[in-house]
Design a protein. Structure first.
Length: 256
C-alpha cells in the first residue's frame, strides 16, 4: 500500500533573505532535492532549512519498504521591497523648521513607520514634521508589505540656526518697573561672544559689558551717576560659535 506523506508546510512564501523549515512525515527515510537539479541531494531526513534567492520548488522523496513517493513543496520568494524617501527641504531654518517627507516604493506597502530623529514618529506615507531645535537629525523609514517583509532607509536632515539681532530705540530707567534697561536681543545669541559699548553724544564711553545678561541700566561712570535724557550710540560686537563675527551700531533714546 502506498504511504501518504504529510508536508508542513505544503507551500511557503518568504521574504528575501529569510529561511523556512520544510518538514515531512509518513515514511521511514526522506531525501530532498531542488526541482531544477533533481540529481543533487541537498538534504536527508524529515526536515530541511532552505533560504532560496528566487522562488524554488523543492522535491522530497520518501521511501517506506518497497514504496517510493515524491512530493513537491513550492517556496515563493516575495518581491524585494525597495524603499526611499524625499525630504523637502532637507535643510531648513529654525524660523520655519517644517519638513515634508514623501515615502517612495515600487512595491505595494502595507505600513509606513517613520522615526524623525527627535523622538517623534509617524505612520503616514507622506508626513509633515516640525523640528523643535537646530541640529542634524537621522530620519529612518521602515516599510512592510502584506506578508511582513520589511525594508528600511535613513537620510539626514538639518535645521540651521538663524542669527538675528534687534534692539529697542527707547528705554526709560525711571524706577516704574517698565522698560528699565537696554540690551539688544535676538535669535541665535545663546552661544555667542558678546561685547556692548554705550557712548554719549561727545563720543565718551559711559557703559560697557561682555555679558549679554547685563543690560545698561541708564547709569554712567560705572554706575556712579545717572545718565541724562539724551540719544546715545550703542555698539555691539558678537562672534558666533562658528567664529563668524558681526558688528552692529545703533541709537537709543534715554527717557526719564
Amino acid at each position: 500500500m502506498l504511504f501518504r506523506s504529510v508536508l508542513t508546510p505544503s507551500s511557503a512564501t518568504i521574504c528575501p533573505g529569510v529561511s523556512v523549515t520544510l518538514s515531512v512525515s509518513g515514511a521511514s527515510t526522506f531525501s530532498w532535492t531542488e526541482e531544477s537539479s533533481p540529481q543533487d541531494t541537498i538534504g536527508i531526513g524529515s526536515s530541511i532549512i532552505v533560504s532560496p534567492d528566487v522562488s524554488t520548488n523543492y522535491l522530497v522523496t520518501g521511501i517506506e519498504g518497497m514504496c517510493k513517493k515524491t512530493d513537491t513543496v513550492p517556496v515563493t520568494v516575495a518581491s524585494t521591497l525597495v524603499v526611499d524617501f524625499t525630504a523637502i527641504p532637507d535643510t531648513a531654518s529654525i524660523l520655519n523648521p517644517a519638513i515634508v517627507f514623501t515615502g517612495l516604493s515600487g512595491s505595494v506597502v502595507e505600513s509606513w513607520q517613520w522615526s524623525f530623529g527627535d523622538g517623534d514618529s509617524s505612520n503616514l506615507q507622506n508626513p509633515l514634521h516640525t523640528y523643535p531645535d537646530t541640529g542634524s537629525y537621522n530620519v529612518w523609514l521602515i516599510v512592510s508589505d502584506s506578508i511582513g517583509c520589511t525594508d528600511s532607509i535613513m537620510h539626514s536632515v538639518y535645521i540651521r540656526q538663524e542669527y538675528i539681532l534687534f534692539a529697542p530705540n527707547t528705554f526709560s530707567p525711571n524706577g516704574d518697573g517698565k522698560n528699565e534697561e537696554f540690551i539688544p536681543k535676538g535669535i541665535g545669541l545663546k552661544d555667542v561672544e558678546f561685547e556692548m559699548y554705550i557712548y554719549d553724544r561727545w563720543g565718551d564711553l559711559i557703559y560697557e559689558t561682555t555679558d549679554i545678561k547685563k543690560p545698561w541700566d541708564g547709569t554712567a561712570n560705572k554706575g556712579q551717576m545717572e545718565a541724562q535724557e539724551d540719544v546715545y550710540v550703542w555698539l555691539v560686537y558678537t562672534k558666533e560659535a562658528n567664529r563668524k563675527k558681526h558688528q552692529y551700531v545703533g541709537h537709543v533714546t534715554l527717557i526719564r
